[in-house]
Design a protein around this ligand. Structure first.
Ligand SMILES: Nc1ncnc2c1ncn2[C@@H]1O[C@H](COP(=O)(O)OP(=O)(O)OP(=O)(O)O)[C@@H](O)[C@H]1O
Ligand SMILES: [Mg+2]
Length: 332
């Protein structure tokens, strides 16, 4: 296995939604990658375009949405032009996704056993019911569920949120995907359960070399789980790099502001987060220059007029800011 092999490379992704109020440019320009065996985080505030980016890759955008530009190359093949039939084959077998609210993702009319065995059999009709049952039990056990037979006989309403998310992760992994896209999978769960799900994902990464694209607004989670991180704001990637680079050498004023807002470990958790001043981006009338300029403490005239290019700072560290120069020099 080539450690640095790129499994998914998203370049110049642009996604718009047609609405009665006008065209919402949810993602203006997003480029990021997931390497084999690594976890890439996409971090950013609510509405920054994280989920839309993931949905666009998998062809799951709402009917009024469209990936207008860019590419999402997965194992050498661009997913964006693919038709629904091909995408459906890829979803769940090569790429799986788990969502924020596990309760709503499960159909209340089916037992977990019926759900999991159908997931397997819908991808491979040659798998017998008995074999599908056996593999489902095995997967639930791998998810740390101690009484998998009992869980298989339950309807979703009988299970806790944490248990439902384990079932969803089991379902996502049943067909052996190479990439798991996790969209805030722990946000709806209480803190101890969050911790358990994160440990489970860490184990999957470490023991099975699973690649994960992990969407979150929580830098604490990024620090625990991710190898690389892309910081998103207003539909643009502001900065990306290894977790080390982002936590210790962030150069973008937005990343720096977000990091300042992370509650310190020594705080007792009651301290309010230092919020960023200003309003979120109007995606129907996005700013002409840098999308962060109206809230940026370093904003200059150039920032208001011109969108910054993404500078390569070396070793996989990039930033899109007029104050950051190619090669790493910071221009002030
Ligand atoms: N179907 C749609 N029609 C119009 N606008 C949409 C649609 N879906 C998403 N958007 C808009 O796209 C923008 C990006 O949304 P997205 O869900 O990707 O944000 P996010 O970064 O995942 O935020 P959160 O952390 O709250 O989940 C938002 O302004 C949202 O309102
Ligand atoms: Mg989201």
């Amino acid at each position: 296995m080539n450690e640095h092999e790129i499994l998914l490379e998203v370049r110049g992704l642009k996604v718009s939604f047609h609405t009665p109020r006008g065209i919402v440019q949810a993602v203006g320009d997003a480029s990021f990658q997931v390497r084999r065996g690594e976890v890439t985080g996409i971090v950013g505030e609510s509405g920054s375009g994280k989920s839309v980016s993931a949905y666009a890759i998998l062809g799951l955008l709402a009917g009024n949405g469209k990936a207008e530009a860019g590419s999402a190359v997965f194992r050498g093949r661009d997913l964006l032009p693919l038709g629904e039939k091909e995408l459906r084959r890829i979803r769940g077998s090569e790429i799986s996704m788990i969502f924020q609210d596990p309760m709503t993702a499960l159909d209340p009319a089916f037992t977990i056993g019926k759900f999991l065995t159908e997931v397997l059999r819908s991808h491979d009709r040659t798998v017998s019911r008995r074999e599908a049952w056996r593999r489902s039990i095995q997967m639930l056990t791998a998810m740390g569920i101690r009484t998998p037979e009992d869980v298989m006989r339950c309807y979703p309403e009988a299970l806790s949120g944490g248990m439902c998310q384990r079932v969803m992760i089991a379902a996502a992994l049943l067909c052996g995907p190479q990439l798991l896209i996790a969209d805030e999978p722990t946000t709806a769960l209480d803190v101890t359960i969050q911790e358990e799900i994160l440990s489970l994902l860490l184990q999957l990464k470490e023991k099975q070399g699973m690649s994960i694209l992990f969407i979150t607004h929580d830098f604490g989670v990024v620090a625990r789980l991710c190898d690389r991180v892309a910081v998103m704001y207003g539909g643009y990637i502001m900065e990306s790099g290894s977790v080390e680079q982002i936590f210790h050498s962030a150069v973008h004023p937005y990343t720096q502001a977000l990091l300042r807002a992370v509650p310190r470990l020594e705080d007792d958790g009651d301290e309010p987060m230092e919020a960023l001043a200003g309003d979120p981006v109007d995606l129907i009338h996005p700013p002409q220059g840098c999308v962060f300029a109206p809230r940026c403490p370093q904003c200059s005239e150039e920032c208001l007029l011109k969108r910054p290019l993404t500078a390569d700072l070396g070793d996989g560290h990039t930033a899109a800011c007029h104050f950051v120069r190619e090669g790493g020099g910071i221009h002030v």
